[in-house]
Design a protein around this ligand. Structure first.
Ligand SMILES: Nc1ncnc2c1ncn2[C@@H]1O[C@H](COP(=O)(O)OP(=O)(O)OP(=O)(O)O)[C@@H](O)[C@H]1O
Length: 601
């Protein structure tokens, strides 16, 4: 990395420091503005904030420009491998023990006067109290010393949230530090929950990849067009827009290489063998055509699919007439078999909750949305937390974990030239719907109707045309025996997936009540949008769909498919219950992306 105008330590004039590349050329930012201005670095987790801060700090170290970095993850001490700096923290190797350090004010004063930076590592201590003390000291010293110095706050949402808990002295530094030579740089992955008192003071912005809608809204004031804001969600790690006084014009750029080791690396999963029982099965599908999306799913607890004996709860399903299903008589032997089958627990009944998830379910997409924010989204408002519609009031807002399963499938396609193809898809493990998590949790009808059916019933259901079939026609199409078809019809009509609509001569015509076609296999691959984390409180909805259910469906519909992996995980969701004189409604807010959970009808 090069510097355009090298000057005496501590003397900062119009000096650009090169921090990366833009359009293939070196890109420099104004050092004066960086040190004494107010800068926000905003990007979602993994988008390169720590890397960016480290690159900037390395440059400041090289020019002996003083700063104090509040390190919340203990990831910046590697700067010490290359530069002279003071490390205050809880580690044995720290220069000062953060719990016992005496004369902190003098240590910081020394840093201001010598330009030797301080890493203030709060990763292992009660952070707020320590940061609050440091902010007081920095502000006092700025008033006394009046020299250029930069305060850097990682994870600013922890210290200056949009609530009463915000550390007021940091807000004051953002308003009044500049005149005293004290600059402020705040980094956050959640701009929507950082106090506007500080964000609005930031005259310099470094903004990278963001995908939560509220966060995109929080930064749209910095951009001239909606298109640019939308582009943020497609940026790569390390790519940022730089704006404000740091640069002559808004520039999309990429931060350069680090001189010291990056400690904020995501631990890499070591190669390991899969669990043959839980994790691997044989066979798989693509979702049916996307349908219109509706806000908020039926409650996972109360949908008609979960309550197969309550037809009223699923009005107009399949658009077919709501006729009472006619159950054809069955022979006594088969009747016994059927009764036995019905005694078995139904795989697809009401969704229960469990406190203790299995170890495989203990991984979830990170919870990035706080409860208050979820309530704002549920209410469709920005500020008023507990106001929803007219005469509505909040009953409860609980965090639940929605179990999902990522299936990875290999299958043979092509009629003439056989080609092996891979695909993957996510299934809602409470109901068997297809799930998409790339832009907020969304569901669409998929396997739900087929979960828990026998192979024969699936084969029969799959053979139906919309106009309906008689039993004889089904026998001809499926080549199943009359008894098997009779059983399958009985099973399907009991589950209200078909109904007898009219007579064709002596015979009943059965019509399907399933609206969507059987899912087909696709070729797209789904990747999880973030590294999985441990559950953060909340209850896990019970998994009602198992690998075996999907395997049975695919055995009929995709005989060449093999499920090569099934990864269980869950998505944090806020279940917000709202009451009004008209009754109670439930809204689900995805705790990972901060969007209403949508269901295609
Ligand atoms: N400019 C860059 N050049 C090369 N790789 C980068 C760059 N920026 C980020 N990365 C890569 O992205 C990874 C994540 O970056 P980083 O740790 O800085 O993310 P983050 O935004 O701080 O995430 P979190 O908020 O979760 O701490 C790094 O480990 C690195 O591999």
């Amino acid at each position: 990395m090069k510097v355009i105008h090298e000057k005496m330590p501590h003397y900062i004039s119009v000096m650009d420091i090169i921090v990366g590349k833009a359009n293939g050329r070196d890109f420099g930012i104004n050092a004066q503005e960086l040190v004494t201005g107010r800068t926000c670095i905003i990007a979602q987790s993994g988008a390169g904030k720590s890397w960016t801060i480290a690159v900037l700090c390395e440059q400041l170290c090289r020019y002996h420009i003083g700063f104090c970095l509040i390190d919340t993850e203990g990831e910046y001490f590697s700067l010490k491998d290359r530069f002279d700096l003071t490390w205050i923290g809880a580690d044995d190797e720290c220069d000062y023990d953060i719990e016992r350090v005496e004369g902190l004010k003098e240590i910081i004063r020394d840093s201001i006067n010598t330009g030797i930076p301080v890493i203030y590592d709060v990763s292992e201590v009660e952070m707020t109290e320590k940061v609050s003390r440091l902010a007081d000291i920095l502000y006092d010293l700025a008033t006394e010393e009046r020299k250029p110095y930069l305060m850097i706050v990682e994870e600013a949402d922890k210290f200056i949230p949009q609530s009463r808990d915000s550390i007021k002295k940091i807000e004051e530094i953002s308003r009044r530090g500049r005149k005293r030579g004290l600059g402020l740089m705040v980094a956050t992955q959640r701009p929507a929950i950082v106090t506007k008192n500080v964000l609005s003071q930031c005259n310099n912005q470094i903004i990278g990849k963001l995908s939560i809608e509220n966060d995109l809204k929080a930064v749209d004031l910095f951009f001239g067009s909606k298109r640019e804001v939308e582009e943020l969600s497609s940026l790569n790690p390390g790519d940022f827009y730089i704006m404000g006084g740091l640069t002559r014009e808004k520039t999309r750029m990429r931060f350069g290489k680090r001189e010291t080791k990056h400690r904020g690396l995501t631990p890499i999963l070591a190669p390991r063998s899969p669990d043959p029982v839980q994790n691997y099965v044989d066979e798989a599908p693509e979702a049916p055509e996307p349908a219109e999306l509706q806000d908020t799913p039926e409650s996972p607890v109360e949908t008609a699919q979960d309550a197969p004996n309550n037809q009223e709860t699923q009005p107009g399903k399949g658009g077919a007439a709501k006729k009472k299903p006619v159950v054809t008589p069955v022979s006594s032997e088969r009747k016994e078999k059927k009764e036995e089958k019905e005694k078995k627990p139904k795989p697809h009944t009401r969704v229960r909750r469990k406190k203790t998830p299995s170890p495989l379910e203990e991984r979830a997409l990170p919870l990035r949305i706080e409860r208050d924010e979820a309530l704002n989204i549920a209410g469709g408002r920005k500020k008023k937390v507990l106001i929803f519609g007219k005469n509505e009031r909040l009953v409860s807002a609980a965090l639940v974990y929605w179990p999902l399963c990522l299936f990875h499938v290999r299958y043979i396609s092509g009629k003439i030239r056989k080609i092996t193809q891979d695909t993957s898809f996510i299934i809602d493990a409470t109901q068997g719907r297809c799930a998409d998590i790339s832009d907020g949790l969304r569901f669409r009808a998929c396997f739900s109707d087929y979960i828990g059916l026998s192979e024969d019933a699936i084969r029969v259901l799959n053979s139906f045309s919309i106009s309906g079939e008689t039993a004889a026609e089904i026998e001809a199409q499926t080549r199943l025996s009359p008894e098997v078809v009779e059983d399958a019809i009985s099973e399907l009509s009991t589950k209200k997936l078909i109904t007898a609509s009219q007579m064709a001569g002596e015979r009943e015509v059965w019509v399907p009540l399933v609206r969507h076609g059987m899912p087909r296999l696709g070729t797209g691959m789904v990747r999880l949008p973030a590294a999985l984390e441990s559950l953060d409180g909340g209850t896990v909805l019970e998994r009602m769909v198992h690998e075996q259910d999907i395997r049975t469906i695919l055995k009929v519909t995709q005989p060449t498919a093999e499920i090569i992996a099934c990864q269980l995980f869950s998505c944090p969701v806020y279940e917000v219950k709202i009451a009004s004189p008209a009754g109670e409604r439930t809204v689900y807010i995805d705790g990972f992306m901060g969007k209403n959970v949508l269901v295609a009808r």
